[in-house]
Design a protein around this ligand. Structure first.
Ligand SMILES: [Fe+2]
Length: 234
C-alpha cells in the first residue's frame, strides 16, 4: 500500500451500489413498471407511476443492504421449476435476475398462524422494504411462490396498494380470470382477494406494495375471517 491511499472502512454500511445482483433485480422491477399496456385501466398507470417514483427516490438515496439469514420453506422445492418456466416466457429477465440472488433469499410466511396445508405450498420473500435486504420504508418489493394446486385464502391489505405481476405459471384471482406471465393485477386497499394456482405448474409472482411507512413496516397480515362473496369484488 502506498502512503496516502484511502483505507477501506470494513464497518461502513454496505450500499446498493456494492451489490450488483440486487441492483439488476431492482432494475427489472423498474422496467416492469415502466413498460406494458394498462389495458384501458386508468388506475394502473397511476399505480405504475407511484411505484416508479418511489423506486427512483430509493435508488437516489443509495439505500443500505443488510444481510438477512437465507431461509427456505417447503414450497421452495418448486423454485427451480418456476425459474425454468419463467425463463421461457415474457418475464425471463426478471426470472433470471431473481435466480442469480436465489441463494440469498429469506422465504417466510408473514402470518402468525398459517394453515398446515398452506405452509407446504406457499412462501414469500422480500427484496426491498423496511426489513431489507435492500432497506427502505418507501415501498416493498418481493416475490410470492405457490405450489401447483394451491388456494391462498381470502385477504386484503389495509392502507396498502398492492400489485402482482406474474413471472411464471398461471393463476387466478377470485376465480374470475386467469393470468399468464406478464399480467399485472392491482389490488386497491381493502380489496378482498383469493389466489388459486393451476394443477401442474408452480406460480411465481412479483409484487409491489405502496403505502404509509408504518403500514409497510408492520402490515399486520391476517386472513379474512368471514368469507365474503368474492364475486362482488368486496
Ligand atoms: Fe395480496
Amino acid at each position: 500500500m502506498q502512503d496516502g491511499e484511502p483505507l477501506v472502512d470494513m464497518n461502513a454500511p454496505v450500499r446498493l451500489r456494492d451489490r450488483p445482483g440486487w441492483i439488476y433485480l431492482i432494475q427489472e422491477f423498474e422496467m416492469m413498471y415502466r413498460l406494458g399496456s394498462a389495458g384501458g385501466s386508468k388506475a394502473i398507470p397511476s399505480h405504475r407511476k407511484r411505484v416508479r417514483d418511489a423506486l427512483g427516490k430509493v435508488i437516489d438515496e443509495g439505500p443500505e443492504v443488510i444481510a438477512r439469514t437465507p431461509e427456505d420453506k417447503p414450497v421452495t422445492a418448486h423454485l427451480g421449476r418456476a425459474f425454468d418456466l419463467g425463463d421461457r416466457g415474457p418475464m425471463s429477465g426478471m426470472s433470471r435476475a431473481l435466480e442469480r440472488v436465489a441463494p440469498l433469499l429469506t422465504w417466510e410466511y408473514g402470518y402468525e398462524k398459517v394453515p398446515k396445508a398452506l405452509a407446504q405450498k406457499y412462501a414469500y420473500c422480500e427484496v426491498l422494504g423496511p426489513r431489507g435486504p435492500v432497506v427502505s420504508d418507501r415501498i416493498t418489493l418481493g416475490f410470492v411462490l405457490f405450489a401447483p394446486n394451491t388456494t391462498y385464502p381470502q385477504h386484503s391489505h389495509h392502507d396498502i396498494e398492492e400489485s402482482y405481476v406474474s413471472v411464471a405459471g398461471a393463476w387466478s384471482e377470485n376465480e374470475l380470470a386467469v393470468y399468464a406471465p406478464g399480467s399485472l393485477i392491482l389490488n386497491v386497499p381493502g380489496h378482498e382477494h383469493r389466489i388459486t394456482t393451476g394443477e401442474h405448474d408452480p406460480c411465481l409472482l412479483a409484487y409491489a406494495w405502496i403505502g404509509p411507512a408504518d403500514k409497510l413496516t408492520a402490515p399486520g397480515m391476517k386472513f379474512s375471517k368471514t368469507k365474503k362473496r368474492v364475486e362482488q369484488g368486496i
